[in-house]
Write a protein that binds this ligand. Structure first.
Ligand code: CA
Length: 226
């Protein structure tokens, strides 16, 4: 949910329309009082905040948002009048995440919103893959088997990561070739067999987790332990 605080109804309507087309849920408010009335849980994911408002201005609203821990982390994009450098500087100083200079295009608005949301997204997008004693730290490109670091070649690593991300899914040799070696790789499916072989060896006792499905390909076996 995105909140738009903007007193000019034509701009506000256009923003809300654009956001809905872009797939966002959005609600509009024409002044601070309306906005504060709506500011309770669940809080919006992002606030588009105009500075020039009839009652309380955007700077004051931003200050209050940042002063309270429940709302301090909500991303805010300020809308500033053209040439209002001062407002922009104050806004960024007070913790606005970005600003849009009026008049701004709707496509620009959407791309700024997406960028700010990406930055604000919690960084826990599965940097650590763990399964059956094998773990992959994607950020560090580090593989461990039962806490023991294992050195893999890039292709072995890519194969293992694919299996770990799709436990139980059977990949044909052709699928593995195209996703790990690239669509235009001209090689033999035997290449896959060779790499699976070395990967299994390096995984030691856990190597058996990569199963052969006869006549089809390979998969990371699902473990059924009680
Ligand atoms: Ca305004």
């Amino acid at each position: 949910m995105i909140y738009c605080v903007e007193d000019e109804s034509s701009i506000r309507d256009l923003m809300l329309y654009t956001l809905s087309v872009a797939g966002f849920e959005a609600a509009g408010f024409e002044n601070g009082a309306q906005f504060w009335a709506a500011m309770k849980e669940p809080y919006p994911q992002l606030i588009l905040l105009d500075i020039m408002l009839p009652d309380e201005d955007g700077i004051s609203i931003l200050k209050k948002l940042r002063a309270v821990s429940a709302t301090a982390q909500i991303p805010v994009i300020m809308a500033t009048a053209r040439g209002a450098e001062y407002d922009r500087v104050i806004g960024l100083d007070l913790g606005a995440d970005d600003y849009l200079s009026k008049p701004f295009g709707m496509m620009e608005m959407v791309s700024r919103i997406k960028a700010v949301m990406r930055r604000a997204a919690p960084r826990e997008s599965q940097p650590l893959l763990q399964y059956g004693g094998i773990s992959i730290d994607k950020a560090k490109h580090l593989v461990t088997v039962d806490e023991r670091p294992v050195t893999l070649t890039l292709k072995e690593y890519e194969l293992l990561k694919l299996f770990m991300e799709n436990v139980g899914h059977v990949f044909t040799r052709e699928q593995l070739l195209s996703s790990v070696w690239g669509m235009d790789f001209i090689g033999e499916t035997r290449t896959v067999d060779v790499h699976i072989g070395t990967l299994r060896t390096k995984l030691g006792a856990r190597g058996g987790m990569i199963g052969t499905v006869r006549g089809v390909g390979y998969r990371m076996e699902e473990r059924h332990e009680q």
